[in-house]
Design a protein around this ligand. Structure first.
Ligand code: FMN
Length: 154
């Protein structure tokens, strides 16, 4: 075992294989999305999930002030969408959004989508944990997920 530093911490966390989600908020007609793999289930009853966003993120204000948001679980063919939403202030002209309830935006072609109500925000370290109650969901059985391991897509 070695004492933790930024380099070996990131490298070790990279050994944990995850799926990839895009978290989206909509303000008026503008959608703000971020690529996030810190998504996790939290509670079955009531249905709740969580994810964390860096407090330095260019979209943090939009997420802190939203009431509703969506979490979109990417399918294998959506690497370009993951890359798009991990850039600063992405302009989402070519992304196909579907309308959700409560003025939310869902990404088309995902393996799963969740419509959520934001119920709590917890600041820890340089990130903020967003705790969400899930309102509506949909999922597809016949497509593969996009996975992330060691900073690479699989
Ligand atoms: C696969 C992948 C997963 C990511 N997961 C997270 C995450 O869980 N939380 C987070 O704050 N940023 C995450 N990021 C980084 C953000 O997508 C984004 O690049 C970062 O917040 C910097 O851009 P911004 O300042 O516009 O937000 C991830 C990036 C990638 C490529």
């Amino acid at each position: 075992m070695r004492k933790v530093n930024k380099v070996n911490f990131k490298k070790t966390l990279g050994k944990f294989t995850t799926g990839i989600t895009i978290v989206c908020v909509k303000e008026d007609d503008q959608v703000y999305g971020k690529t996030v793999n810190s998504f996790n289930s939290l509670s079955l009853d009531p249905p709740m999930v969580l994810f964390s966003l860096g407090n330095y993120s260019s979209s943090i204000k939009n997420f802190l002030s939203c009431k509703y948001l969506t979490i979109n679980i990417l399918s294998y063919g959506q690497k370009n969408i993951s890359n798009h939403f991990s850039t600063k202030n992405p302009i989402s002209k070519n992304i196909n959004f579907l309308k959700g309830k409560n003025n939310t935006a869902l990404i088309d072609g995902c393996i799963g989508n969740l419509e959520c109500k934001l119920i709590d925000k917890i600041k820890q370290g340089d990130h903020i944990i967003f705790i969400c109650k899930v309102i509506r969901v949909q999922s597809k059985d016949k497509i593969k997920p996009l996975s992330y391991f060691n900073s690479k897509y699989y």
